[in-house]
Design a protein around this ligand. Structure first.
Ligand code: CO
Length: 241
């Protein structure tokens, strides 16, 4: 029998360290959780929700699946959103994708991957929906980056369209839905600037976020090959500010 001794040891050290800083930390936390944020992210091991935003246990409610998808028939994801909104009353929901996402990459390929292709079908739909926009990058690394970004925007839009968020907004509850994408190679979050706080804002926020990727295409077409995403995004933000 193989035991995970090393992990159990490091768990003990971690708990001791936190208790040293605050002797009542776990005791207090065990009574209740009151996170203000729901993070919907990818299962990828390189995108650890709490660490990225420097949050302790109790501060972030988390749902993760392959390629951070929000599908209206997914009871798991919907149940997490419902609990976060109705019971925890989170103030913010962020859909967090990441560049170089394996699920998004697989959806761009024509080869079969088995069962997961049914799940990735949703990303293929995003790809088809924005095929004209994406065609500017022609199967390059950048095309994958753009599809990762578009996937975040579409999934953030899907969050807004759930009955849970629609009902919460109708009842006057304060919740903002955000779209973020994380860079594996620099550890930084790129804010895609989709921020919807009410139903009336959703379409405009969606269109604005997509138009920034449109602007990115214009810049990509005129700039030299291999221009990095962060520089392009900085220039796009200047255009819109
Ligand atoms: Co991923």
């Amino acid at each position: 029998m193989k035991r995970l001794t090393q992990l159990l040891d490091s768990n003990r050290q971690w708990a001791e360290q936190i208790s040293q800083d605050d002797p009542h930390f776990f005791e207090t936390l065990a009574q209740q959780q009151a996170p203000e944020y729901l993070w919907i992210g990818c299962s990828d091991s390189r995108v650890p929700a709490n660490e990225i935003v420097g949050m302790l246990p109790g501060e972030l409610f988390v749902h993760r699946n392959v390629s951070n998808l929000v599908i209206h028939t997914d009871m798991n994801c919907l149940s997490v959103i419902q609990y976060a909104v109705q019971v925890l009353k989170v103030k913010h929901i962020m859909v967090v994708g990441h560049y170089g996402c394996g699920g998004v990459k697989a959806a761009l390929e024509s080869s079969r991957h088995g069962l997961i292709d049914n799940w990735l079908r949703q990303i293929r739909k995003v790809n088809q929906k924005h095929s004209e926009l994406l065609s500017a990058w022609d199967h390059s690394h950048q095309q994958l980056d753009r599809l990762c970004e578009l996937n975040v925007i579409e999934q953030a839009f899907n969050v807004c369209e759930t009955t849970i968020i629609q009902d919460a907004w109708a009842a006057g509850q304060e919740i903002t839905v955000h779209g973020w994408i994380y860079g594996l190679n620099d550890g930084l979050v790129n804010d895609l600037e989709f921020n919807a706080s009410e139903d009336a804002e959703v379409e405009a926020q969606y269109n604005l976020a997509i138009s920034k990727i449109e602007a990115l295409r214009q810049l990509a077409l005129v700039s030299e090959k291999g221009h990095n995403a962060r520089n392009l995004w900085d220039r796009v933000r200047q255009l819109f500010n």
